[in-house]
Design a protein around this ligand. Structure first.
Ligand code: GLN
Length: 491
């Protein structure tokens, strides 16, 4: 097996046994990157030089027999909304094209301390607004399984980079599915932790009450490692919880006997029948392995998407008010103040503009009561709905997305709620719960993800169930070929 085909834990073993050097490991990924990056276009910024320097430093430490950190030499990618000191952090926007971060996001600091080596910053929908990564102001990333299709979004670049073997793991942010859904489209494990589990310090906010950072990895073992490393209280983020972080590696057990799993029927009704069938196959397998499966209902499902879009755009309009050309962002010279604002903000893409305008309206005058307060009430009902279901069940299982990855261009249009995919992801963010997307098969030759939802801070149980199923199915071993197509999309 080529080095770039291995998950991080496989590479770690080779490195600690002295079978490969960190430089060899990095060189293998860089070679792969040069081969496939022109096709998948995962990155906005590459940090090849510093990556090679850091790999050399790790090799020096190996030579002096220093104990290696758990991710020593592992090539990592970060979505371009994570601040890394001295590097451009564009958030997929032309507004921030010239912005250089002045400090490191806490999660990056933690991974760096654990030895991970940053290979670059990945493409994303502008300010994380979108489900396909087509709203990036830079370029459109492609799905490594079929480059005529999107990798999902908004963390599409991170997902494409891991699936194509350019890096072995990546971080994304999940406000309403942006880690889980691209993981599902690209055949990866994507984990959205409980709200408050992982620090958001140094991560540019989209909707602060919904955002969480999560890992995108080849398999569940890597997801457990990354989650353990990035989790925990951070004085720089007051929403992080002061609760001990388990070693999630302790949950890598192939055992589901007695686990009670609820399957909410609403999540299958609008799904592509092939996708639904693949997810059901996975559920039946869990049953055969000893889990107790029961169909159930989440009556709030129909209202989630509307409530989500109201809360998300309202918070976004407030978070992004500082990207105005005065405090942050590109500034266009003009004759007067108003013109300067208008021209500067003209650099925002249509989707970001639409959402900022809508969010500003929602928070103004009577609209606040009509929309925002109503949405918050619905959010409470959604939370209660899940809390009730999770009293009865240890886990809930749904498809991660109603469909497989759509063709590039198929989801472009004028309304923010264009994405049937979002309907399956946003409830988890409204309720602040942890959820994981696990590859569970293929439909029309494209990866299908199973969404496993857990109790607050129940990431361990998610990992255990996902690991058990992964051991049975082996979908983590399947990688895309990444093949070029002609202008008609033919291989
Ligand atoms: N697709 C959703 C949105 O556009 C979710 C995005 C995200 O999780 N960042 O809001």
């Amino acid at each position: 097996m080529e080095l770039w085909q291995q998950p991080a834990h496989g590479l770690q073993k080779l490195l600690s046994k002295g079978e490969i050097s960190a430089r060899e490991l990095m060189a293998a990924h860089l070679e792969r990157l040069r081969e496939v990056e022109p096709l998948v276009q995962s990155f906005i910024t590459l940090t090849e030089e510093t990556a090679l320097e850091q790999a050399a430093q790790i090799d020096q430490r190996r030579e002096t027999k220093e104990e290696l950190a758990p991710l020593a030499g592992i090539p990592l990618a970060l979505k371009d909304n994570f601040c890394v000191q001295g590097l451009a952090t564009t958030c997929g926007s032309k507004m921030l094209e010239n912005y250089t971060a002045i400090y490191d996001a806490t999660v990056y600091r933690r991974l760096r301390k654990a030895g991970a080596v940053l290979l670059g910053k990945t493409n994303m929908d502008e300010f994380a607004m979108g489900s396909t990564s087509e709203h990036s102001a830079y370029h459109i990333s492609k799905n490594p399984w079929d480059i005529t299709r999107v990798p999902g979004g908004s963390s599409g670049g991170s997902a494409a980079a891991v699936a194509a073997g350019e890096v072995s793991c990546a971080l994304g942010t999940d406000t309403g599915g942006s880690v889980r859904q691209p993981a599902s489209f690209c055949g990866l494990v994507g984990l959205k932790p409980t709200y408050g589990r992982v620090s958001r310090s140094g991560v540019m906010g989209y909707a602060s009450s919904l955002d969480q950072v999560g890992p995108l990895t080849r398999d569940v073992t890597d997801a457990a490692t990354l989650l353990t490393l990035i989790s925990g209280y951070d004085p720089l983020d007051p929403t992080t919880i002061k609760e001990a972080v388990p070693d999630y590696g302790d949950f890598l057990l192939s055992e589901v006997t007695g686990l009670k799993i609820g399957v909410p029927r609403e999540y299958f009704q609008g799904a592509d029948p092939e996708v639904a069938a693949v997810v059901w196959e996975g559920i039946k397998l869990l049953e055969k392995m000893g889990a107790k499966i029961e169909e159930t209902s989440l009556l709030s499902t129909d209202y989630c998407s509307n409530a989500y879009y109201i809360v998300a755009v309202a918070e976004a309009s407030s978070n992004l008010a500082c990207i105005d050309g005065v405090r942050y962002g590109h500034r266009v010279q003009a004759d007067n103040l108003e013109e300067m604002y208008i021209k500067s903000r003209g650099l925002l893409g249509p989707e970001a503009r639409r959402r900022i305008i809508l969010g500003t309206y929602i928070l103004s005058g009577d609209a606040y009561k009509t929309y925002y307060l109503q949405a918050q009430k619905v959010r409470t009902l959604v939370k209660e709905d899940f809390a009730k279901a999770l009293e009865k069940y240890d886990l809930l299982i749904t498809p991660t997305s109603a469909t497989t990855a759509p063709k590039i261009g198929a989801r472009c249009g004028e309304s923010p709620n264009l994405y049937p995919e979002d309907d399956y992801n946003v409830a988890v963010n409204l309720a602040g719960l942890p959820a994981l997307s696990l590859p569970c098969g293929f439909a029309q030759g494209l990866p299908v993800g199973m969404q496993i939802i857990g109790k607050p801070f129940g990431e361990g149980t998610l990992i255990q169930a996902a690991y058990s199923l992964e051991q049975e199915t082996g979908y983590d071993k399947m990688l895309p070929d990444v093949v070029a197509v002609d202008s008609k999309g033919v291989v």
